[in-house]
Ligand binder design. Structure first.
Ligand SMILES: [Zn+2]
Length: 246
């Protein structure tokens, strides 16, 4: 998510999927584990392990969405998973705004399609799924399914839907360097390259600040810290940009 790639290390996990080289930094496991432990009240080891596997698979699916489109637009992307999510890096693909917007949208879209496949699988197993009232904002964004007998199966489904739907939606907010922020920058700069960057950065500062305040009211410390940092980073970029151009 932050556009800085960690240096290669001996502890990296390396593999290929659909022809794309994938590198997983040890920081990815560390940060995901901490998120899993701090997120559940009891920190049951089996549940934390399941969380790490779900985040790993979901981020790979998300980055594959970007990578397939980068390849479609002439690139030879590689994928890196690190402390703050993933990156699909391709320096050689088409830079046209339309291509860049489609590439940015493909990540969250891949996650939504993955969630749709999970919902279809729940239905096929004879369990009803409906979109109804659930407690909390996150709950309202996720489908409600007729519970399975195994509590672990229900936790697994919740994690999968949460990461693929809720994180996907967060990622579409017009905050740089999230996918939505990249889309917003392309749209703002279509007609006004210079002003557009400044406007998109202001949108990024305000949106990230609003999410940080909202997260604070929800007692979500990690989200508050993360979006507070994103607001600050966008503001710093804005200042640096204005110093250079005015
Ligand atoms: Zn993405």
């Amino acid at each position: 998510m932050f556009a800085v790639e960690p240096p290669p290390s001996q502890a990296d996990l390396l593999f290929r999927l659909f022809g794309f080289p994938i590198r997983v930094s040890p920081w990815f496991w560390g940060v995901t584990l901490i998120l899993g432990i701090s997120g559940s009240e009891k920190a049951d080891p089996a549940m934390v392990l399941m969380w790490v596997v779900v985040v790993f698979i979901s981020i790979v699916v998300h980055e594959l969405g970007h990578a397939f489109l980068q390849r479609r637009f002439g690139g030879r992307p590689r994928i890196v998973l690190y402390g703050f999510g993933g990156l699909a890096i391709s320096d050689d693909c088409d830079r046209a705004p339309r291509s860049q917007i489609l590439i940015s949208l493909a990540g969250p879209l891949a996650g939504f399609l993955f969630a749709a496949a999970i919902v279809a699988a729940i239905r096929l197993s004879g369990h009803n799924v409906r979109f109804g009232m659930q407690p909390g904002l996150v709950g309202k964004l996720l489908p409600l399914w007729e519970p399975f007998e195994s509590p672990m199966a229900n936790v697994l489904i919740f994690y999968l839907l949460y990461v693929n739907i809720f994180w996907g939606l967060l990622n579409l907010l017009p905050i740089y360097p999230l996918d939505g922020g990249r889309v917003s920058r392309e749209l703002f700069t279509l007609n006004h390259p210079r002003q557009g960057i400044v406007q998109s950065l202001w949108v990024s500062v305000i949106t990230a600040g609003a999410v940080a305040v909202w997260a604070l009211t929800q007692n979500s410390i990690f989200t508050t810290f993360m979006f507070g940092y994103l607001a600050y980073a966008s503001y710093q970029t804005l200042r640096a940009y204005q110093d250079r151009h005015y």
